[in-house]
Design a binder for this molecule. Structure first.
Ligand SMILES: *[C@@H]1O[C@H](CO)[C@@H](O)[C@H](O)[C@H]1NC(C)=O
Ligand SMILES: *[C@@H]1O[C@H](CO)[C@@H](O)[C@H](O)[C@H]1NC(C)=O
Ligand SMILES: *[C@@H]1O[C@H](CO)[C@@H](O)[C@H](O)[C@H]1NC(C)=O
Ligand SMILES: *[C@@H]1O[C@H](CO)[C@@H](O)[C@H](O)[C@H]1NC(C)=O
Ligand SMILES: [Cu+2]
Length: 709
């Protein structure tokens, strides 16, 4: 026995003595899985260490599960802890075969976009999905944690928790608590460490994250950094891709209209970004259609990962895209390959038919064409012909993410756009997705415009609209800054006892209510209220034509209404939006796992963050068009049982285990070109629609945490 091992053994004997002074209480066996989030904490520590912010949980693990030295000594580090420890017992199973997941080294940088990594992740998801019951699932999760690359592990485990029928009630912690370095400036970790080491839990103050840490005002693009770098929208994007992975077991990937939702969600992301740009005197984002021209937009992320001592590579101004040939990633493709895929996709769109793997023509119809295209362009494993139409959108992420080291000679890894948790920080994310949307639009503009008869709902008239925001003029949205705190303690590479908070500043809007008056001259019937918002003027302050403006409409809400004969007045608050989830759910706090409210953290954890619902506007009040339509529910309705559990943000995320709850094309009625002769929104509307002139007024003030305006 060498000296180190001897010392460890000696320490463990002491520790076991300490354990005797503690009381071990098993947790309620039926609720064991509610503690799974503890597996996602402090990933640099073995599973046998005490877990939880207060270090009062322990996994009781079969000795053979533990790795190397620690395994041999069976050290359960409970040092320094006095009091009750709750024990989570882990059953011993025949361990799963991890030979494929182990192809990814423990310290490698994991990217869902890399084909090699996708294959590995798909296998791990399969392993975790195949566990026959909750006990075995917990056991396999513990076994994998000790052996696998932490990023791969968290990704696959999260997908499994979101999709196993028996884990609906298991809470998924917010990724910011797991990998905080993917979300906040690396510099603050030094200060977090000082605070945690020097100050006891009750007296700690939050560490302030500066609002402008990635660039200065010399860079015009920096004016919208508050959007790109918002913690909430990056968490949302990560979560959305957990719910809609493009590779993995077929029953997970093959969700109702997932290809169409890929198109619609990313179109909305670009629309929202453009709305912010127009709020900040920036032009709309230019689509990235020329892959040979140097790229004006630079990005220096300034995120560091202290665990893997990894710095996210930067991209300087006027970088060029290049052919990729990286042996270390088993990745090789040329820009020409992407061009070939692009040309084939355009050809399919213009022929209104695509070739499947058997060489048969699949019609790109007005109903399912967009769904087929979504899966083809992204591409997902549902693509009708991946060999022929390739993997355009994913390769685009990679060619941008690797442009600083296309052949790997500098041993540098991918940039932020190569990881869904960080991709939305990069200005090129939006240029790339503007291009991807341009492809989808080639299909949409070939579809026949909706006729007046198709749009109208005879006998239903929108006769009045009002917007009432707290402490604001009538028909104005109010926006401002707000500070909030997020607990980073669980994802740190050292182990403070108790929480350590970071304080960040984000955009916020005042709570508002829409009042919509609808006259019904027919019998009682149902309708769907669809609410959208777009800027009124373009970057040159000229009124927009509907053919341009329709790309800028962001969805604010969608809900079913009952129309009684005569006058109906509907009142709808911002906190009821079908697009958003509340702030608390975005930053899910699982320090106090209460089985009663776990379910809502899963699918219901998917939703646009409420604080980013309304674009910033400007101090003069940015003029915007609030568009409302009441459509005929008999044409919208999807026959299915009501969703269970929490209220879900279905507009962008769909419903768990259900069909997408609206039969119309996503983005209806603004998803197609307007009919002939219609140039403006006002000319477009039929009696069952309404437009309200509103303003978005930004007040340059910062509200303290959790305070209502
Ligand atoms: C991960 O990326 C960093 C550079 O950011 C690099 O130093 C490290 O070697 C990479 N890890 C592996 C295993 O490739
Ligand atoms: C596809 O469209 C063509 C032309 O409209 C039609 O003749 C053909 O039957 C359609 N194929 C299928 C499988 O519906
Ligand atoms: C939602 O907003 C309305 C109006 O502002 C308010 O009365 C209600 O309490 C809010 N509900 C929740 C759950 O916050
Ligand atoms: C999280 O929950 C714990 C216990 O319920 C509470 O003490 C803590 O303040 C919460 N943190 C946040 C950020 O809400
Ligand atoms: Cu995405």
């Amino acid at each position: 026995m060498d000296q180190k091992a001897f010392l460890l053994l000696f320490a463990s004997v002491l520790i076991l003595k300490v354990v005797e002074a503690q009381r071990l209480r098993p947790v309620n066996q039926a609720n064991k899985l509610n503690y799974m989030h503890l597996l996602m904490e402090h990933l640099h520590e073995p599973v046998s260490f005490l877990k939880g912010v207060n270090r009062n949980y322990a996994f009781k693990v079969p000795v053979s599960y533990l790795n190397d030295r620690i395994q041999k000594l069976n050290v359960v580090d409970r040092s320094g802890f006095v009091g009750d420890v709750q024990e989570i017992q882990v059953k011993q199973i025949t361990p799963p075969d991890l030979s494929i997941p182990l192809e990814l080294g423990h310290d490698e940088n994991f990217s869902q976009f890399l084909p090699k990594h996708r294959r590995i992740a798909a296998r791990l998801i399969e392993i975790l999905m195949d566990m026959p019951n909750r006990e075995d699932f917990l056991s396999a999760s513990v076994f994998c944690r000790e052996r696998l690359n932490p990023y791969l592990y968290i990704y696959a485990l999260s997908v499994a928790i979101l999709h196993r029928p028996d884990t609906r009630d298991v809470g998924l912690p917010s990724l910011i608590g797991v990998f905080p370095h993917k979300f906040v400036n690396g510099e603050i970790f030094t200060r977090v460490r000082q605070e945690a080491n020097a100050v006891p839990p009750g007296s700690r103050v939050p560490i302030e994250i500066p609002q402008d840490f990635t660039a200065s005002d010399l860079e015009p693009e920096h004016r919208v950094a508050y959007f790109r770098e918002d913690i909430g929208i990056n968490l949302f994007h990560w979560h959305w891709h957990l719910v809609y992975p493009f590779e993995g077991p077929l029953n997970i990937v093959n969700k109702d209209r997932r290809g169409e939702l890929f198109y619609y969600l990313h179109k909305q992301l670009v629309a929202r970004y453009n709305f912010e740009r127009l709020s900040n005197h920036l032009g709309r984002v230019r689509k990235l259609n020329n892959w040979h021209k140097p790229l004006k937009e630079a990005y220096f992320p300034k995120l560091d990962n202290m665990i893997a001592s990894r710095v996210w590579p930067a991209r300087h101004e006027f970088a060029k895209l290049q052919d990729i040939n990286r042996e270390l990633d088993q990745l090789s493709f040329d820009i020409q390959d992407m061009e070939r895929f692009r040309d084939r996709i355009f050809e399919a769109i213009h022929r209104k038919g695509a070739l499947n793997e058997r060489g048969e023509v699949v019609n790109l119809t007005s109903t399912i064409g967009i769904d087929i295209l979504g899966n083809m362009v992204e591409s997902s494993i549902l693509s009708i012909n991946r060999n022929f139409y390739g993997d355009l959108h994913n390769l685009g992420h990679l060619v941008i993410a690797l442009c600083h080291d296309p052949d790997g000679r500098h041993l540098e890894t991918f940039g932020v756009i190569g990881d869904p948790a960080t991709a939305m920080r990069d200005p090129l994310f939006y240029r790339w997705h503007a291009y991807i949307d341009h492809i989808f639009q080639q299909h949409k503009i070939l579809l026949p415009p909706y006729t007046v008869e198709q749009l109208d709902f005879p006998g239903v008239v929108v006769s009045g609209m009002q917007l009432i925001s707290e402490n604001a003029e009538r028909n104005e949205f109010a926006t401002f800054w707000q500070k909030n705190d997020v607990d980073l303690s669980r994802g740190l590479d050292f182990t403070p006892r108790g929480s350590v908070f970071a304080r960040f500043t984000h955009l916020q809007h005042a709570p508002y209510v829409f009042l919509i008056q609808v006259d019904n001259s027919g019998p009682t019937r149902m309708g769907t209220m669809r609410i959208f918002l777009a800027p009124k003027f373009d970057e040159r302050r000229r009124p927009m034509l509907l053919r341009d403006q329709r790309h800028l409409f962001i969805e604010l809400d969608k809900f079913t209404v009952q129309l009684r004969p005569g006058r109906n007045v509907f009142q709808r608050s911002s906190n009821q939006s079908s697009v958003t989830i509340p702030f608390e759910r975005t930053f899910r706090n699982l320090t106090n796992p209460d089985p009663a409210n776990q379910a809502e953290f899963n699918y219901c954890g998917c939703g646009w963050p409420d604080h980013m619902l309304i674009p910033k506007g400007n101090t003069d009040g940015l003029p915007a068009d609030l568009f409302v339509m009441v459509s005929d529910y008999t044409m919208d309705r999807v026959e299915q049982p009501a969703p269970e559990g929490c209220q879900q943000a279905h507009s962008y995320c769909g419903l768990r285990d259900r069909l997408y709850p609206d039969r119309r094309p996503m983005g209806y009625p603004l998803d197609r070109l307007p009919r002939a002769g219609v140039n403006t929104l006002y000319e477009f509307i039929t009696p069952n629609m309404g437009v309200l002139n509103v303003k978005i007024r930004f007040q340059d003030k910062i509200l303290p945490p959790f305070e209502r305006q």
